[in-house]
Design a protein around this ligand. Structure first.
Ligand code: LMR
Length: 396
């Protein structure tokens, strides 16, 4: 049965964790996976999360099955976070939200549902994009293409290329867009870019799939939902995958959601029934713990305020590490202008390091980064920064 099974390549991101864990060097640093570490180099357990967990444990809540679509209080809280508490769409009952197994689970549920709706569609992702986007949509049966996005010459967006490529896609393609904190580049679209993209999507009848895994890590909770809200006002039907892995520091709990914007309440009911079928035949119904915690925090004014403060602390610590990194690289005499790092948003910096330079960082210094040159700036702290910037300066 298995004699012809070939060895699959290691996952470009999570595979790095495996290599990192096996590395015995004491001063090793993991800048590979997108995880926020605090100034002490640890993944924080947020105070708001700890409070909500304590209340849950004290309540000795039974662990029955959840509804297929997840916890209602969670799904509603997700909707308000994404679309805004006063959203017209929500008032009209046009948005279907189901709890998902992380942002990845949301993408896959959405992809499987789309495969039934548009079996011959092409999926387009940014060049570059999160490593798993291509694999995930391909595994749902779609051919996946790139649209131009990052311009290495300016460390910005290739605006003309982006619009040209979106126009050139077959009509009714599925277009995956990073709503904020673009992974891996940290380079986001500006207001006018989003408007221009929206018009092309409308003209070509493309189906937008907004992926928002870093809400609150860019400029703020509402600010980072800008694109979702712009699309909500546009009258288009679209998909949103969202995640609390980073914003709640709940990586291993797999807390995400899929939202589908439909054109009427009646349509939403039918769409929900089909999304539920996809979920039921994949993993039946979602797990309880993480989503219960998130719902408790978002629905309690005190815990919510505590969470927003903690999220703000994470956001500003990342920003200060960006500034410190630029400064340190210059101080170390790096023969390259790294000022763009300070302008990038979210957890990542597309550093411009080549695969060979990344490999040298790993083998000579025990510093792990993605081979594309993506580094997780949320893993920098005042203790490891000097060593990391010195190593980068040496390999370039
Ligand atoms: C990342 O890009 O590092 C994160 O989104 C984690 C993952 O699942 O790849």
């Amino acid at each position: 049965l298995f004699s012809a099974v070939e060895m699959a390549p290691r996952d470009p991101i999570l595979g790095l964790n495996e290599a990192f864990n096996a590395d015995t060097r004491a001063d090793k640093v993991n800048l590979g996976v997108g995880v926020y570490y605090n100034e002490q180099g640890r993944i924080p357990l947020l105070r708001a999360v700890a409070e909500a967990e304590r209340a849950r444990i004290e309540a000795h809540a039974p662990r029955g099955y959840l509804p297929i679509e997840g916890i209602a209080a969670y799904d509603q809280a997700v909707q308000k976070l994404l679309f805004g508490a006063n959203s017209e769409l929500l008032a009209q009952g046009r948005v279907v939200t189901t709890q998902a197994v992380g942002g990845t689970g949301a993408l896959k549920t959405g992809a499987d549902f789309l495969k039934r709706l548009l079996p011959n569609a092409v999926v387009a992702i940014s060049d570059p994009s999160w490593e798993n986007h291509r694999a995930l949509f391909e595994s749902a049966g779609f051919p996946v293409q790139n649209y131009r996005y990052y311009d290495a010459a300016t460390n910005g967006v290739n605006r003309a290329g982006l619009l040209e490529d979106l126009k050139a896609l077959p009509a009714r393609s599925i277009v995956v867009l990073h709503a904020c904190c673009h992974n891996p580049t940290g380079v986001d679209l500006e207001l006018d870019d989003w408007k221009a993209v929206l018009e092309v999507l409308r003209e070509r009848e493309h189906v937008p799939f907004l992926d928002i895994a870093y809400q609150g890590f860019g400029a703020g909770i509402d600010e980072d939902a800008f694109a979702v809200r712009l699309f909500a006002e546009s009258g288009l039907q679209f998909f949103v995958s969202s995640s609390f892995s980073k914003s709640f520091s709940l990586y291993g709990e797999r807390v995400g959601a899929l939202s589908v914007v439909t054109s009427s309440k009646e349509e939403a009911g039918r769409v929900l029934s089909q999304v539920k079928r996809v979920i039921r035949t994949n993993y039946s119904n979602p797990p309880t713990h993480g989503a219960t915690v998130v719902a408790s925090v978002l629905n309690s004014p005190e815990l919510r305020a505590m969470w927003e403060e903690e999220l703000g602390e994470m956001r500003s610590r990342i920003h200060s590490m960006r500034l410190a990194m630029v400064e340190q690289l210059a101080a170390q005499g790096a023969k390259r202008d790294f000022s763009f790092v300070a302008r990038q948003r979210g957890m990542f910096s597309y550093s411009g390091l080549t695969a060979e330079q990344v490999e040298r960082l790993r083998s000579e210094f025990g510093i792990y980064a993605v081979s594309t040159g993506r580094i997780c700036v949320a893993a920098l702290n005042n203790s490891n920064l000097e060593g990391i910037t010195r190593a980068i300066t040496q390999v370039i």
